[in-house]
Structure formats: C-alpha cells, structure tokens
Design a protein around this ligand. Structure first.
Ligand SMILES: Cc1ncc(COP(=O)(O)O)c(C=O)c1O
Length: 486
C-alpha cells in the first residue's frame, strides 16, 4: 500500500514534498483485496420484482433453480444480507491479478486540455483480459464445492467463455462453452485461449442440442446469437447429470461478485484524496458497470458520500436496451427456457446488428440495473460504433492501452464529458471502468482503419417486430407486470 494511506490530508501535503505521492498508478497491497462482496438488494429504492415462472405466472420457486445453478449461488441471488464473505479459496485465486490498478489518465486529460481529473479501473490485467473472472472464479468454486463435474455456458465475443474456462481449470471441473457461431469463425484466437485452459468450445447453433439442430435445419449457416447460445447451454445442462449452468452477467450474484472493483477503487481514490463526481461504465448485461458503481451507490444511500455522484451507463445505438427498451417481463434467452425477468428489453427475438462490441449485443439488462434506471438513479447514453472506435484510438494514442470495443463506449462518454468540462471550467472527478483490453479485437480495429466499419443506428423496425412478438406470445405479461412492476 502507498505511504500516504491513512495520513491526514495536511501531513500528506507536507510529506508530499519529500516523498513521491501516488501519481499515475494507484496500487494496493494483496491484503487489500476485499474480504466481502457488497450486495445491493437491501439498498434498492424498491424491493426487486421476482423472476416469474411462465408456466404458473407466479414467482419462480427457488428450489426449481437448483437443477440449473449451484445452491450457494441461488442463496446469494436472493440474499437480503448487505455484505457476503468472500471465501479464502476465491481470494487466493484473485491474488493472481488483484488488486487491479487504478490509473489517472493524465495524458488523456492533457490531450483534451480539460480541468477534469479522469481515473480508470484497469481490469484488462486479468489472465483472460477482462473483469469477467471476478465472478467466474467464485462460480466455479461454489460448483466444485458442491461436487458438480461440468459447467456449461454461452459466450459472444469470447471474453466470458475464456473467463469461465480459466476458472474451471483452476478448480478441476470441466467446462463446455457454446460460442456464437459468427464469433467462433471470426475469432479463432479467443477459441484457442479457451482450449488452452482445457474447455470444450462448440459453435452455436450446434448439432449437440435439439434447439441447435432445429435452427441448423432451417439455415445450415445460421450466424447464431447470445440468446440462442444461452438456450443451448441450458438444454445441455438439464439433459446431463452433474452439470450446471453459469451466467456471466445479469443475475444479482454475478453483479455482486464484481463489486471487488468498486470496493478497491474507493480505497484507491481515498489514497489520493479524491471522490468521484461521475462513475461511468458500459452495459451489456450490467456486471462491469454495477461492479464499479454499486459501492459508491452504497455511500450515497448510507449518506456517506461527500458529494452528489452521477452514475452513467453507456451502450451501443445498435442494441439500445436502456435508451429504447421497454420495461416489462421478458425471457433471458431465445428458446424461452429461462424464467421471465423484469428488465428493459428489446424483445428476446431481437438479433442485434453485428457490431464489434460482442459483449454488448444482448436484448435485456440486469433486473437490478433496470430498476435503478427506472427510478432515475442512473443515466444511460448510447453511441454508434464508429464514434466509439474514434474514442478508442484517441485513448490508445494518449494512454497507451488498446481498449476493448465494449469499454470504448464509456471512453466516448468520458471524452465528451471532459470536453464539456473544458467549456464550463468544472474540475469534475470522473471514474470509469476500463473493463477489458482489445488484443483479441484487432480485426475490428482493422475494419475501422480501413473505413469499413458501419455506424449501425437504432434498428427501430426490427425492435418493433420483436416486441410485437413478445406481446402476441405472452398476452398476459402486462397483467403480471402491473402486479409486480408498478
Ligand atoms: C470486456 C467486456 N466488457 C463488457 C462486457 C459486457 O458485459 P457486462 O455488462 O456484464 O459487463 C463484456 C461482455 O462480454 C465484456 O467482455
């Protein structure tokens, strides 16, 4: 830990003349890895609406979920406890890459000539290259402890699949990853990484499941989607003994595991006497953003925050769940196997345009995030992928790191906001989540440099069609939504 940690401000000023004060990179000691995760459920502005079983139109019986998820994870999903202890075995694995650095983006600030102070939490240092192993390790641990032999999952661009492959390998369980076929073909390097950690990787739709076979019969070159891959992983789970399913976002327990980021960032900012005016992150399902902002949200609700904090969530215009989605109940997957979740949705049939931010191509969002959005606690912003890559390259040319396309949506916001601060003279402290590197996204950068990248705006007609389907298929949903969501 830095010399200055815990020193009163005045001493830091005096001794700062003699000692180098924390500058660009703010690091913590491994003993500072959080010992508890923060659970937002008791601090939400309203109780979270329950998932609904479409066969009964009533809240899901948690016992039914035991065929899908490890018991301890179901317990965490519903827990009213604010703090959940992190097992030593999980903290021990976190030590491979945590605590992650908090970095002051001085060069970016200088290039923008802004009075804003910009900090980013750098999660790209994990072995798979993103924030995803923060939950993958916990999920693999609880499944292994229960004696589960194999986990199934889906992956889009490959970040989540590689994180779970990495984690399962460490806890000695098998891992089967259904990878969206278009990414499977376009991103062989991610596939190799999963193989290196011993996972089985299947292009989805596949001939391993009935649902996959039915889609391949209609179109042997089906490109797949995240919703389809989830359906296949679920079918594989329920048709094989001693197998469970693992999800990389959306659910409460997944987001909670990610709070190690925000808890560390709070400590790191404290070391340099800062507190954010803005906390920003990108949203596919909502885990990286929630992992960073929840601990600051806790400060706000507990009246411990020294100032007002804005929470900004970014997304693609091609898949605008937060800015254009409808707040209702919808399925989490395309084959409609999951319970109905309360969320902002574009309709579970919606297949987003093939933007390069594969991790943001999901038709819904985490129920907790959607509730906070509905209650006005977070503000969404949507950007097209060309402006996002402009921002990503600007960042790489100032700060050095090549960002993944997903967090580059947030970089676009941060650059705009820092420019606005230049105009107004505001010295805002902006904290954002750089939740993954772009080393496996180089073909996307190649397209950008060749000028072949399409901006993809709001696919209004497609979304309308998908939402109409939802209304036709489940005409009773508005009634249930009225009961549980109003
Ligand atoms: C680097 C990266 N960032 C963000 C996301 C989006 O997911 P979430 O909103 O759960 O953080 C993904 C998903 O795969 C990802 O790989």
């Amino acid at each position: 830990m830095s010399l200055s940690h815990g020193f009163p401000k005045v001493y830091k000023r005096i001794f700062g003349v003699f000692f180098a004060m924390p500058g660009k990179i703010i690091t913590l000691d491994e003993n500072d890895i959080p010992k508890e995760w923060y659970n937002i459920l008791p601090d939400l502005p309203k109780p979270l609406a329950p998932p609904i079983d479409p066969s009964t139109k009533q809240p899901v019986d948690p016992a039914k979920l035991e065929r899908i998820f490890a018991k301890e994870l179901i317990k965490q999903e519903l827990s009213p406890d604010r703090w959940i202890p992190i097992p030593n075995e999980v903290r021990d694995v976190y030590r491979i890459w945590r605590p992650t650095p908090l970095i002051r983006a001085e060069r970016l600030e200088k290039a923008l000539n802004t009075p804003a102070r910009i900090y980013y939490k750098w999660e790209g240092v994990s072995p798979p290259g993103s924030h995803k192993p923060n939950t993958a390790v916990a999920q693999a641990y609880y499944n292994a402890k229960q004696g589960i032999e194999r986990l199934t999952t889906e992956t889009g661009a490959g970040q989540w699949g590689s994180a779970l492959s990495f984690a399962c390998n460490l806890f000695g369980i098998k891992c089967s990853v259904y990878m969206v076929r278009i990414s499977y073909n376009q991103k062989p390097a991610r596939r190799m990484l999963m193989h290196a950690w011993g996972a089985e990787v299947v292009p989805s739709p596949s001939d391993k499941t009935n649902f996959g076979k039915s889609l391949l019969q209609k179109d042997p070159n089906h490109p797949g989607s995240l919703g389809i891959a989830i359906s296949e992983a679920l079918e594989d789970t329920v048709t094989h003994d001693n197998t469970r399913y693992s999800l990389g976002s959306v659910l409460n327990h997944v987001l909670m595991h990610q709070t190690v980021q925000g808890l560390e960032a709070k400590k790191q900012l404290e070391m340099v006497d800062e507190y954010p005016d803005v906390v920003a992150g990108c949203v596919g399902g909502g885990s990286s953003f929630s992992g960073l902002f929840w601990p600051f949200y806790y400060d706000v609700t507990a009246k411990k925050a020294p100032k007002d904090v804005k929470f900004i969530a970014t997304e693609p215009t091609a898949c605008p769940t937060m800015t254009k989605g409808v707040y209702t109940y919808d399925f989490g997957d395309t084959a409609k196997m999951t319970p109905l979740l309360p969320m902002h949705t574009l309709g579970s049939d919606f297949v987003p345009p093939p933007i390069h931010a594969g991790g943001l191509r999901y038709h819904g969002d985490a129920p907790t995030l959607c509730l906070l959005l509905k209650e006005g606690k977070i503000e969404p912003r949507a950007y097209d992928q060309v402006s996002v890559f402009d921002a990503a390259v600007f960042f790489a040319r100032t700060e050095g790191f090549l960002p993944g396309p997903e967090p580059s949506h947030t970089i676009k916001y941060v650059i705009d906001e820092a420019r606005r601060c230049k105009e107004t003279g505001e010295k805002k402290v902006i904290l954002f989540n750089l939740c993954g590197h772009g080393h496996f996204d180089l073909t996307a950068y190649e397209e950008y440099f060749a000028g072949r990248l399409q901006p993809w705006h709001y696919p209004e007609e497609e979304i309308k069609k998908s939402l109409d389907n939802l209304r036709k298929e489940l005409p009773w949903v508005p009634e249930v939504a009225k009961q549980f969501l109003s």
